[in-house]
Structures are given as structure tokens and as C-alpha cells.
Design a protein around this ligand. Structure first.
Ligand code: WQD
Length: 339
């Protein structure tokens, strides 16, 4: 396995750079010595994380308010810079919203990817790292590995990830000597940069567990509803693989070293399974805070168990999650206190 071009400083385009994972990845890219250009249409974020990135790294972000579906704007950008690789985060990701606005999700998530790929090809930029999701594995009762068959999605959001992966497999097969595509399947990103200066920037009530926990702990929300405690797990609540977002970001830096043409798929996971009740207790012991919760009904579409093996990323990219769930809870609490 060759690992070379992006071992040396490179110029990387990050789409969706004003989001939670995008902003953390930009910090890690800058700390790894890369030059970064960030675009975002600010439809789901305010852009304020750019200030946090600058404070953490000492570098102002080269940010452009551009929609990744805007072919003319992307062409102009690719004419202005000589990108060595692209990391594509820009997509809608709220499962519940996707069931209410499926056309918006298909237009945006698929349209931005195909537009970006057209512009990359036109400007001879061959390395793409794509933000995929463990959601493509569907319901599994064992740790997911990359060779598992993709399962039918439970939401339009999930289908967009499945369709985008297929688009990229077809694109790679159409021009195998050109494209170098990496699909990164995230499990459950949590935590924040330890500075507490960047994090989830959405004004909406969080759908995800840990941001909801921190808002209950700080008193912004009254109580957490645990979506069911009658699953076939150690305490009846769902098991997830929570990975510190900075570990996830560093997984993208490692993926840049993948130099072989073709299409490569890797899980980015911690390999640890944590139930909802264990997550609540873990947050409380990490922060000394109390989380008020009640047991409610199961949430449609929830799978009882979703954990991943990251052995392939460790063997081929030399990447392994380093941070603990406790660190992630402490870091996320610090971000919440700064809001
Ligand atoms: C985790 C557990 C809930 C909120 C989703 C996407 C996935 C990825 C991560 C993008 C579940 C329970 C939650 C609450 C609860 N996103 N929960 N009360 O659903 O595993 O994954 O986000 O890639 O694709 O599917 O994450 O944080 O919503 O839920 O009991 O108020 O917490 O039932 O068991 P999920 P989550």
C-alpha cells in the first residue's frame, strides 16, 4: 500500500467546513501542516466556528460561503487554488428532517456530490475523502466490518449515504486510473476539541443523545427521554460506538495518506459499545453533573446495536481512536458551558 502524496504539506479543500466534524477536521489538518480552504453554504451553521478554529490554530480560515452544488462557484474556486485533495462533509444529516423533506435531502446530498466530482475531474483533482456513515450497515448485532453487505436504509438520510457511496463506486470504476476515493463510515461522533472553542453549532433542539444530555445538565432542556429500555442489551437501552470527534478528525488526516487509485472504505469507530444509560452515567461521573431522565417509547428507526471494528483503518492507515468516552464527555461539557 503506497502512502505518500499527502504525507507532505498539501492544499486541501474542505466542504461543509463550518460544521461540527468539518471544523474539527480543519483544526487537525492545520496542526498536521496542511493548507486548508473551507466552503460552506451556512444553511445549517453560522460560520462562528471559523473564529474558534483561528483561536485554536493561530491561523485564519480561508473561508468562502459557497454551496457545494453551485458548479460555477466551484469552478471559479478550483481555478483560484491548486487543490491536492478534497474532504467532502457538506450534506444534510438530520434523520427526522429527512423523512419530512426527502427531496431537499436527495437534491442537496446527491447533487452536491455529483457537482463536486464533475468539477474535480475538470480540474484534474483525483483524491476525494467522503463523509459516509455507519447507517449504511443497518441493523447488525455484531461489530460492523467494511466487507459487510449494505442494508436498506431506515430514512431518506440513510439512503443518501448509500446512494452517494454507490455513485462513487461507479465513478471510480469509470476511470480507475484517475480516481482515488476513500469512504469513511463514521459511527457516533461525540465530544469537542478540549479548548471548548468549537462544537455543534446548530440552534435546533438536538436529536442526538450527547448534545441533548449536556443541554439537560446545563438546564436548557428539562429532562432527557431515554428512547426505550426493553431492547435485548445489557440494560435494555441501545448500544452505540461513540468516537471522540478529534479522533474522527485525525482519521481524515490518516486517510489522506491513502495514495492508491481506486476506492477504499474504512470504519472510523472507537470499537467500544456504550448503552444509553451507561452514557448518562458516564457523563455524570466525568463532569459531576446530574442528568434528569425518564424512560419513554422506542424511537422509530433505532437499531438496538451499532458498533464498528476499525481494524482495517489501523492496519492500512495506521489510525486508531485514542481518546476515551470520559474525555469526550468532559470536552463536550466544556463546549456546552461556553455557549
Ligand atoms: C443514540 C442513542 C437513541 C436521543 C445518528 C445517525 C447516524 C449518525 C449519528 C450521521 C439511540 C438514544 C437519543 C435522545 C435517546 N449521524 N437517544 N434520547 O441515532 O445512533 O445515530 O447520529 O452520520 O447516522 O443515525 O445517534 O445520538 O440520535 O442516538 O434515548 O434524546 O441514544 O435512541 O439509541 P444515532 P443518536
Amino acid at each position: 500500500m503506497n502512502t505518500q502524496p499527502q504525507n507532505k504539506p498539501a492544499t486541501i479543500l474542505v466542504t461543509g467546513g463550518s460544521g461540527y466534524i468539518g471544523s474539527h477536521t480543519i483544526v487537525s489538518l492545520i496542526e498536521a501542516g496542511h493548507s486548508v480552504v473551507s466552503i460552506d453554504n451556512l444553511s445549517k451553521s453560522t460560520g462562528r466556528l471559523n473564529d474558534g478554529i483561528a483561536q485554536i490554530t493561530g491561523h485564519d480560515v480561508d473561508f468562502h460561503e459557497i454551496d457545494a452544488s453551485d458548479e460555477d462557484a466551484l469552478n471559479a474556486l478550483f481555478s483560484q487554488y491548486s487543490f491536492d485533495a478534497v474532504i467532502h462533509f457538506a450534506a444534510y444529516k438530520a434523520i427526522d428532517e429527512s423523512t419530512k423533506k426527502p427531496l431537499d435531502y436527495y437534491d442537496n446530498n446527491l447533487g452536491s456530490l455529483t457537482t463536486l466530482c464533475r468539477v474535480m475531474r475538470a480540474h484534474d483533482v483525483s483524491q476525494l475523502i467522503f463523509s459516509s456513515s455507519a447507517t449504511v450497515y443497518g441493523d447488525q448485532n455484531t461489530a460492523c466490518v467494511e466487507t459487510m453487505d449494505i442494508q436498506p436504509a431506515m430514512s431518506p438520510y440513510g439512503w443518501t449515504k448509500i446512494f452517494c457511496e454507490q455513485i462513487l463506486r461507479d465513478l471510480s470504476a469509470s476511470d480507475p486510473d484517475f480516481w482515488n476515493i476513500t469512504l469513511l463510515r463514521y459511527f457516533n461522533p461525540v465530544g469537542n476539541h478540549p479548548s471548548g472553542l468549537i462544537g455543534e453549532d446548530s440552534p435546533d433542539v438536538p436529536a442526538n443523545l450527547v448534545p441533548y444530555i449536556t443541554k439537560v445538565a446545563i438546564g436548557e432542556l428539562e429532562s432527557l427521554t431515554v428512547f426505550g429500555d426493553s431492547y435485548d442489551t445489557v440494560d435494555g437501552t441501545c448500544v452505540r460506538d461513540y468516537i471522540h470527534v478529534t479522533d474522527l478528525a485525525e482519521g481524515h488526516i490518516a486517510a489522506l495518506t491513502q495514495a492508491d487509485p481506486g476506492i477504499h472504505t474504512y470504519n472510523l469507530s472507537s470499537g467500544r459499545g456504550t448503552t444509553v444509560l451507561q452514557a448518562i452515567k458516564g457523563f455524570e461521573s466525568a463532569t459531576g453533573q446530574t442528568v434528569t431522565y425518564t424512560i419513554g417509547h422506542k424511537r422509530d428507526g433505532d437499531t438496538p446495536y451499532s458498533c464498528g471494528s476499525a481494524k482495517k483503518a489501523e492496519q492500512e492507515l495506521g489510525w486508531k481512536a485514542q481518546r476515551t468516552f470520559t474525555e469526550a464527555m468532559r470536552d463536550q461539557w466544556k463546549w456546552q458551558q461556553n455557549q
